[in-house]
Design a protein around this ligand. Structure first.
Ligand SMILES: Nc1ncnc2c1ncn2[C@@H]1O[C@H](COP(=O)(O)OP(=O)(O)OP(=O)(O)O)[C@@H](O)[C@H]1O
Ligand SMILES: [Mg+2]
Length: 251
C-alpha cells in the first residue's frame, strides 16, 4: 500500500480554496495521479458542487447517528460506523469524496478525525493524493483538524491584507509543528499586480478567470470550465509542481 501525498488548502475566506481544490483534483486525475481522495473539511459542505457530484452523508452525520440511533440488530457500533462511512464515501471517476460536515460540540473535530484516520486506513484503494479543502481562516489549523499534511497550500488574493493573513496562517501552522518547507503560497485572481508575498514561497499564480464567474452564475460545476481557461491551465501547472514536490519529499 502506498502512502498518499496529503495536500491541504487553507486561506482567508473567499480566496478560492474550493475552486482551486476542485480544479486540482481534476488536474491530478487527468494527469493519471489517481485515485485521489478529496476531503471537504469545510462544515459548510460545498466542494461536491464545484466537482459536480452528489453527497448524501457527511462524517458529521455518521458520527451523530452512530451515537444517538439504535444500532441495527447484529451489528456493533464500530461495524455500524464503518458501514455508514463506506456509504458516506462518494465515488466518482478517478477520485472519491468525503465530506466532514459539522464538527462535534464546541467545534472539535477530534472524534471524526480519529475515526476518519482509522477508516481511511482501512479503505482498500491506494490513494495517490489526498486533497483537503478547508474552512476559511485559521480555526482548523488551531484545532489541529489537519495534523500533518505533506504540503500546506495557503491561498491569498493579490492584496497586501491577504498576504498578511497568509503569513499568519503559516506562522500558526509552523508553531504547531509543521515544517516551514512544506508550506507554500498560491495567489489567486491574479491580474499581474500582486503585492509581494513576503517570505512565503510562491508556487502558483492563478489568474482572474471569467469562466469561473460564469460557472458560478450558472450554478454549473467549476470543473466544467474549458480546458484552455487560464485558471485551469495554471492549476494544471500547480498539479505538476505537486507531483514533483511529493516525489522529492518521499526521496
Ligand atoms: N481565479 C478566479 N477567477 C474568477 N473568480 C474566482 C477565481 N477564484 C475564485 N473565484 C470566485 O471567488 C469566489 C470564492 O471562491 P471559493 O468559494 O473557491 O473560495 P473559498 O476560499 O473556498 O471560500 P470560503 O472561504 O467561503 O470557503 C467564488 O465566487 C468563485 O467563483
Ligand atoms: Mg470554500
Amino acid at each position: 500500500m502506498i502512502r498518499p501525498c496529503t495536500v491541504v488548502i487553507s486561506g482567508k475566506g473567499g480566496t478560492g480554496k474550493t475552486t482551486i481544490a476542485a480544479l486540482l483534483i481534476d488536474a491530478l486525475v487527468a494527469a493519471g495521479e489517481r485515485p485521489v481522495l478529496a476531503v471537504d473539511a469545510d462544515p459548510n459542505t460545498n466542494l461536491h458542487e464545484a466537482l459536480g457530484i452528489a453527497v448524501t452523508e457527511t462524517i458529521g452525520s455518521v458520527r451523530e447517528e452512530a451515537f444517538t440511533r439504535s444500532i441495527p440488530p447484529g451489528m456493533d457500533r464500530t461495524g455500524y460506523v464503518r458501514y455508514r462511512f463506506q456509504r458516506a464515501l462518494a465515488e466518482a471517476e478517478g477520485y472519491d469524496l468525503l465530506a466532514m460536515g459539522r464538527p462535534e460540540g464546541q467545534g472539535c473535530y477530534c472524534f471524526p478525525n480519529a475515526l476518519l484516520a482509522e477508516c481511511i486506513e482501512t479503505l482498500e484503494r491506494d490513494y495517490r493524493f489526498v486533497v483537503v479543502d478547508s474552512e476559511a481562516g485559521m480555526e482548523h489549523i488551531a484545532r489541529g483538524t489537519v495534523r500533518n499534511p505533506d504540503i500546506l497550500l495557503i491561498t491569498s488574493d493579490p492584496g497586501a491584507r491577504g498576504m498578511r493573513t497568509a503569513s499568519r496562517i503559516r506562522d500558526l501552522a509552523e508553531s504547531l509543528g509543521l515544517s516551514r518547507d512544506r508550506i507554500s503560497l498560491v495567489i489567486n485572481r491574479d491580474r499581474g499586480d500582486a503585492a509581494p508575498g513576503g517570505d512565503l514561497p510562491l508556487v502558483a499564480r492563478i489568474p482572474e478567470d471569467p469562466a469561473i464567474g460564469d460557472a458560478d452564475l450558472a450554478g454549473t460545476p467549476i470543473i466544467g470550465i474549458p480546458a484552455t481557461s487560464p485558471a485551469r491551465v495554471a492549476v494544471k501547472g500547480l498539479a505538476e509542481w505537486l507531483v514533483r514536490e511529493c516525489a522529492r519529499q518521499k526521496g
